[in-house]
Design a protein around this ligand. Structure first.
Ligand SMILES: Cc1cc2nc3c(=O)[nH]c(=O)nc-3n(C[C@H](O)[C@H](O)[C@H](O)COP(=O)(O)OP(=O)(O)OC[C@H]3O[C@@H](n4cnc5c(N)ncnc54)[C@H](O)[C@@H]3O)c2cc1C
Length: 371
């Protein structure tokens, strides 16, 4: 079977399928893993989905979270140990997962930039830009937020919703203390900015979650970077659209599945995309393995599992985002500044809680106390 895209989602699926004895080929357009626009923040809880140690790609464990509103009104929260949060170097995470998939028996072909996918006589034909062609019984779409194929094959939301992001990777730590992540609300209209530590530097990003227009990230970075102890023009900017969750939809067809960003799984409130990418990779592997072994003749167990394990919480996350990012100042005062908020966020990011567990209280608070 063919997996298109060797990012977090595709590599996780390849590892589990190859470990189950399936013949898997990963097709990746990039000749090597390049720096991806990703903060690398990931709950340690994902470790339970893999039999090998992920800690070798962990740069830092977050112990403290600092929040600010327009660079002032700070809130500092010490994270309690129950739901640890890691910062991983993103390209190393992808590399680790890919190499474990290959060790388990998967093949990887790179560079292989897929240009067309067709179904012919019950088989999927996948063609590269340079004309190479492969065939298989099943295909997994794991090629991220720009994938055209989920919509073409009727998988995932019909109306795609994108967050607009700008990120910059900086050398040196500036004023960001060890083990600390920073979130800035207020400077970014309909979104937030973040600064996460990495080995010898800091990853800074700006994300806008509602509305059609990206934030004026340059103006925001010019204010934020000096506040973090950097030159306002430091680092190279990378812009990337991020497909976010927009409704529980079918994620499978006949011998085809969409996973990770290609399936629009990213959290619409906090932009968490790594955990759903890994979760969907693992769930896709479970369903496909049973299907390929002939134990079932459809793949709907994959869509059902993702709706239940992820979509139910995201439906509430989207409602919270719609209210929070419209009234962010109220959200900051009544939500973020609550003593219990950082722990709740950590519990949501680790999967210990879903947005549904807090949503009704949060939305009521935001809607009725904003006058
Ligand atoms: C600025 C920014 C910061 C973020 N920070 C965080 C964070 O801190 N924590 C978090 O949880 N999430 C974060 N996210 C989200 C997270 O990065 C994504 O959700 C995650 O990368 C999804 O993984 P994926 O494997 O689905 O897609 P990707 O990582 O995008 O992998 C897709 C792969 O497919 C390949 N590909 C694409 N097209 C083709 C083709 N035609 N043929 C062959 N191969 C192809 C690509 O080269 C790529 O390797 C962030 C996103 C952005 C943009």
């Amino acid at each position: 079977m063919l997996i298109i895209g060797a990012g977090a989602a595709g590599s996780a699926a390849a590892f589990h399928l190859a470990s189950a004895g399936q013949r898997v080929t990963l097709l990746e357009q990039a000749d090597q893993n390049r720096i991806k626009p990703c903060g690398g923040g990931m709950a340690a809880a994902v470790q339970e989905w893999f039999p090998f140690d992920l800690q070798e790609v962990v740069d830092e464990v977050i112990e403290r979270v600092e929040f600010s509103w327009c660079l002032g009104d700070p809130v500092v929260a010490e994270l309690q140990g129950s739901a640890p949060f890691w910062i991983v170097r993103r390209e190393e995470l992808d590399e680790l997962l890919t190499s474990k998939a290959v060790e388990a028996g998967a093949e990887i072909i790179r560079p292989f930039a897929v240009s067309t996918i067709n179904k012919h006589a019950g088989h999927w034909q996948v063609t590269a830009e340079d004309g190479r062609q492969l065939e298989s019984r099943a295909v997994v779409l794991a090629n991220g937020s720009n994938s055209p194929w989920p919509a073409a094959f009727g998988l995932g939301p019909q109306a795609l919703h994108h967050a607009a992001t700008t990120s910059v990777r900086l050398e040196g730590r500036g004023k960001l203390a060890k083990g600390t992540a920073r979130f800035e609300f207020g400077l970014v209209h309909h979104g937030f900015a973040w600064a996460f530590p990495i080995a010898n530097g800091v990853n800074v990003g700006v994300g806008t979650f509602i509305g059609r227009h990206a934030a004026d990230s340059e103006a925001i970075l010019e204010q934020l970077l000096p506040n973090l102890g950097f030159d306002p023009r430091a680092g190279q900017r990378q812009q990337a659209p991020l497909r976010v969750w927009n409704g529980n939809q079918k994620l499978h067809g006949e011998g085809i599945l969409a996973i990770g960003d290609a399936a629009s799984l990213c959290d619409p409130f906090l932009a968490e995309g790594l955990r759903p990418a890994l979760m969907s990779g693992c769930e896709a592997a479970t369903s496909l393995n049973r299907w390929l072994k002939g134990e079932t003749n459809h793949l709907d167990s994959y869509s059902q599992a993702m709706h239940q394990r992820w979509g139910e919480s995201m439906a509430w996350g989207r409602r919270i985002a719609q209210v929070f990012y419209r009234f962010p100042k109220v959200g900051y005062q009544l939500g973020i500044k609550r003593p219990t908020a950082p722990q709740r966020i950590a519990q949501i990011l680790s999967g210990e809680m879903g947005y549904g567990d807090i949503a009704q209280r949060v939305i009521k608070r935001l809607l009725f106390q904003r006058s």
